[in-house]
Design a protein around this ligand. Structure first.
Ligand SMILES: [Zn+2]
Length: 505
């Protein structure tokens, strides 16, 4: 040991040596991470101890911080591959991206947030985290904190992908920044909070929903970026099979009746419901939507926002709409018996109503409708027009797809005989484009129920839920499994993927 290392420093010298401030140093002392000796009222520090401390501090830096610059570089080159110009790329990385914070008192992310070496800039990192998510087509971004580490994950095509997380210290700064942007209460760290802000990415507008959840070791965050310009798809962009597409078109042509869009959370049923709304001619039809909240404003629609806290419920909104001579009404959800009753009344007075239920498939939604909302059997049998069930399956990467033969058990699942030589199946081998997963993007599988005499009779005879479900599946136009089989034959997805996504049905 060098003699020099045994040197004793006073507080001022120690602050200088560590390059920190008094409050931070006291925090380190209090936590026991840094050791000092109190001589009377004065703190004394061994230089050796301070050096060790600095060394351990350096080790605390996660790979994320050490690699941040190279992560940003990789991200930059990917943006270039995606066709962004050099100027656009620089702008995305370095400039203000938040165009509308959740709260008008919130400041925009500052321009020119170039980070200094060694000094991570929360705003720039936040930019990076969200932009990385947008450019890799993540549907949601998850940030979690534990005793000694943090976690950062992106859900891409339905599968969580873990990446290098920021350190705990930086994590907290970033969460604070997200809360600030979303207009949330910064001081409240014990209640769940939700907000949103808007961002620009490559000329497109994104709304980023921010959900904060207090967990044992700190606040976790889920960020959900929504492309505000891509929400209103056309019906033919939903990837219905040609047969299903015609059935849906016909269903939407009904002069009146209830049409339900069913699927588990994250199945894209809302997108499909909006595409259905988009198929009506808003010049010839008076279209109302009742939403909570109104996510995007669309030209030609009268959108009404429910406010439960003020007592303006779905059912009250629907009553108000009925006084305004609607042709088509869309409700985000059926929340309670009262709303359900109101919907059936609307339908039976000659209107078309579109809504959605978070059920696994169309037949489960029929059971839910018949059994959970206190509706009369004849209200359903005469009011319900049809149910469109939907789930998402991953699409085979077109860059690396190749022919393969599924195992016999897979054919068995679909009730098919293996070895039909005319049938060809494809899967992705895994390439750079798809991150080695063999999948890129997602497509839909559907099942559709149209109310027919047999189903009406089943509903009216008040049979048990499981019997109703069985009959509904028998009467379904095309089960999701079958639709998935057809889509696998077209090389859009794999049989294994359809099997995985439908096995609970
Ligand atoms: Zn690939």
């Amino acid at each position: 040991m060098e003699k020099n290392d045994k040197e004793i420093l006073n507080l001022v010298q120690a602050l200088k040596f560590l390059g920190t401030t008094k409050p931070t140093l006291y925090r380190w002392l209090k936590s026991g991470k840094l050791k000092g000796v109190k001589a009377g009222q004065q703190w004394r520090f061994y230089k050796e101890g301070l050096m060790e401390f600095l060394h351990s501090k350096e080790k605390e830096k996660t790979k994320f911080e050490v690699q941040l610059e190279s992560l940003v570089d990789k991200f930059t080159s990917r943006l270039k591959e995606q066709g962004f110009s050099k100027e656009e790329t620089t702008e995305i990385i370095n400039k203000a991206v938040v165009v509308r914070p959740g709260n008008k008192n919130t400041k925009k992310i500052k321009n020119n947030t170039k980070s200094e070496p060694g000094k991570p800039d929360a705003a720039r990192i936040l930019n990076y985290i969200v932009m990385e998510g947008l450019s890799s087509r993540a549907s949601d971004i998850h940030m979690e904190i534990f005793e000694n580490k943090t976690r950062l994950r992106y859900r891409i095509d339905g599968v969580l992908k873990e990446v290098e997380p920021p350190s705990k210290e930086l994590y907290q700064l970033i969460i604070g920044k997200f809360k600030e942007l979303a207009g949330l209460d910064l001081l409240n760290k014990t209640a769940p909070q939700s907000g949103r802000f808007e961002m620009n990415f490559g000329g497109r507008r994104f709304v980023v929903k921010v959900n904060i959840l207090p967990t044992f070791y700190g606040e976790a965050a889920t960020l959900i970026p929504i492309n505000a310009d891509a929400v209103l798809l056309k019906l033919d962009q939903i990837d219905f099979s040609p047969e299903n597409y015609n059935i849906v078109r016909e269903l939407l042509n009904s002069p009146n009746g209830l049409i339900v869009f069913a699927g588990p959370a994250g199945s894209g049923k809302t997108t499909t419901m909006y595409a259905a709304i988009n198929s009506f001619d808003s010049a010839k039809n008076k279209i109302f939507t009742i939403e909570n909240p109104v996510e995007y404003a669309f030209y030609g629609l009268s959108q009404i926002q429910v406010d439960q806290s003020k007592g303006f419920t779905y059912s009250k909104a629907l009553k108000a709409v009925m006084k305004n001579d609607p042709d088509v009404v869309m409700l985000n959800e059926i929340t309670d018996k009262e709303t359900a009753g109101e919907i059936m009344e609307t339908v039976l007075t000659g209107h078309l109503v579109l809504t959605q239920l978070s059920e696994g498939d169309a037949s489960a939604a029929l059971v839910r409708l018949a059994k959970s909302f206190g509706l009369e059997a004849n209200q359903i049998s005469s009011g319900l027009a049809g149910i469109i069930g939907q789930r998402l399956v991953r699409k085979v990467c077109q860059k690396c797809k190749e022919k393969y033969t599924p195992e016999d058990r897979v054919f068995k699942y679909f009730g098919k005989e293996p070895g039909n030589s005319r049938e060809e199946f494809f899967k992705g081998k895994g390439c750079e484009e798809c991150g080695g997963t063999g999948f890129r993007g997602r497509t839909t599988v559907h099942d559709i129920i149209l109310m027919n005499a047999k189903l009406k009779e089943a509903v009216e005879s008040n049979i048990p839920a499981k019997d109703l479900r069985r009959i509904a599946m028998q009467e379904s136009h095309c089960l999701m499994k079958e639709d998935g089989w057809q889509k696998a034959l077209l090389g859009k997805t794999t049989l294994e993927e359809v099997m995985k996504m439908t096995k609970d049905i």
